[in-house]
Design a protein around this ligand. Structure first.
Ligand code: GDG
Length: 427
């Protein structure tokens, strides 16, 4: 029996030939020490469809797999989680779809997660539920196991009450969160939206703001040699710019490319590396985003590139942590321009790769990270001219701004985030 249980949609591992490998991520880095110290375990889905897996131990942590079949994947994951809640919580960048069958499936899967958790949690244990896919779990678990201490952290934004009220199942979803002792949010604005919805009566849980962060020790800063080699391979431009995102319509990749195109029109000698890792590829809005991005990359390279020297180096795949660290260290300007983002860890990872004041961050006002990283060159991604202005400013950066951001990120890492949440949930 476990004194501490983490419940997340995904287990912190990925399937590989003949076994498992650790999936990189700040959440595991932050929670692994706590799980080991407190005899804890992790409940989640393995990532493989229709593949029941028995509980197993990986890297000193007990993992309890929950099985999802093809229909769960379609209706719970792609459907209700990512075509209803995701767009609604990101302020309707695309229209959410409301589908009764998806909702039923979302509830079924949440029941399965709650049961699996109830089975492994010790008397009086602390359970920490993660993110929007599992919003009903706290309420279900509270009924099954009134003895537990239950926390929930929302990694994505929480919308204004007027948007939330669109949901045909709003009562049930709020009921789910009411099962918590503590609900945590990325920004105070998210917490305020939640409080405006639930009020302050005795049925509503405590809430708090806990901006998530990175594990600085896990970021592999590129060596000077690797950086020089990368810069030479892209033709040693005066300014090397970088974008790193999941291919998601919330990230504002197209708008960033269009602003970059305008910068080139002004005659600036700049090259952009844009990494867009594949994401939710069966959902039409994601396919459309990819088509638009790839069309723009082709057009801009057609206009400004020459043989052996494209102006945008675009990759639609994942790269190793080491390669990513070289990109971060090499980039003069990091472009993070989401329309809406819970936090955005890419911005913090870039800052962690620039301890000496070099480099510059262009950051959307609508990323949670903008609250702490107000020394970035902030922009409004809905206004092309604003992105362009921030890019121009970032070409001649003030090193003090990067130094202050570096101190902030290093002083508020993911270990501190987890410790503060767990201290508050226990209070
Ligand atoms: C959600 C919220 C919130 C990306 N490509 C590669 C790679 N990555 C890593 C990055 C970073 C992570 O993926 C992406 O995290 P973000 O925070 O930027 O964005 P989401 O995936 O949307 O995450 C977000 C977060 O949850 C945590 O609460 O900040 O707002 O939307 O760590 O480095 N890593 C490697 N290769 C890649 O190609 N190794």
């Amino acid at each position: 029996m476990n004194e501490f249980v983490v419940v997340a949609n995904r287990l912190p591992v990925d399937r590989v030939e003949g076994g498992w490998k650790a999936s990189p991520g700040g959440l595991v880095a932050a929670l692994a020490p706590v799980l080991r110290a407190r005899a804890g375990c992790w409940v989640g889905w393995s990532g493989a469809v229709d593949e029941p897996v028995a509980p197993f131990r990986f890297d000193g942590i007990d993992l309890h797999p929950v099985t999802l079949d093809a229909q769960d994947y379609e209706e719970f994951y792609e459907g209700f989680s990512n075509s209803t809640l995701w767009p609604l919580y990101h302020d309707l960048i695309v229209a959410p779809q409301y589908n009764e069958q998806w909702w039923q499936r979302y509830r079924d899967v949440n029941v399965r997660f709650a049961r699996a958790t109830a089975e492994v949690a010790a008397q009086g244990a602390t359970v920490w539920v993660q993110d929007y896919q599992l919003q009903l779990v706290p309420g279900l678990l509270r009924e099954m196991r009134p003895d537990l201490t239950i926390g929930f952290f929302l990694h994505i934004p929480f919308p204004s009450p007027d948007l939330f009220r669109q949901l045909p199942w709003r009562e049930e979803l709020i009921g789910g969160l009411n099962g918590c002792d503590l609900v945590g949010f990325q920004r105070e604005a998210d917490e305020r939206n939640f409080r405006a919805l639930v009020g302050d009566d005795n049925n509503s849980p405590r809430s708090g703001t806990f901006p998530i962060s990175i594990d600085p020790a896990a970021v592999q800063v590129g060596s000077p040699e690797a950086v020089a080699k990368l810069r030479a391979s892209v033709g040693n431009p005066a300014a090397l710019m970088l974008g790193v995102d999941r291919m998601d319509y919330t990230k504002g990749i197209l708008q960033r490319l269009l602003a970059f195109e305008q910068l080139l029109e002004e005659g600036v000698d700049a090259t952009l590396i844009q990494l867009a890792t594949p994401s939710r590829e069966r959902i039409e809005h994601y396919r459309k985003t990819r088509r638009q991005v790839e069309e723009a990359v082709g057009r801009i390279n057609g206009r400004f590139g020459s043989v052996g020297r494209p102006v945008i180096h675009y990759m639609h795949r994942g790269v190793s942590k080491q390669e990513l660290g070289t990109f971060y260290a090499a980039a003069d300007v990091m472009l993070v321009t989401p329309f809406k983002d819970g936090m955005n860890l890419v911005a913090k990872e870039y800052v962690a790769c620039h301890p000496d004041g070099d480099g510059a961050l262009v950051l959307s006002e609508f990323a949670g990270a903008a609250v702490e990283l107000h020394d970035a060159y902030l922009c409004n991604p809905f206004e092309g001219a604003s992105i362009l202005r921030a890019m121009r400013e970032a070409l001649d950066p003030d090193p003090e701004r990067m130094r202050r951001m570096y101190a902030r990120v290093l002083g508020h890492d993911v270990h501190r985030w987890a410790a503060e949440f767990l201290q508050e949930v226990a209070r």
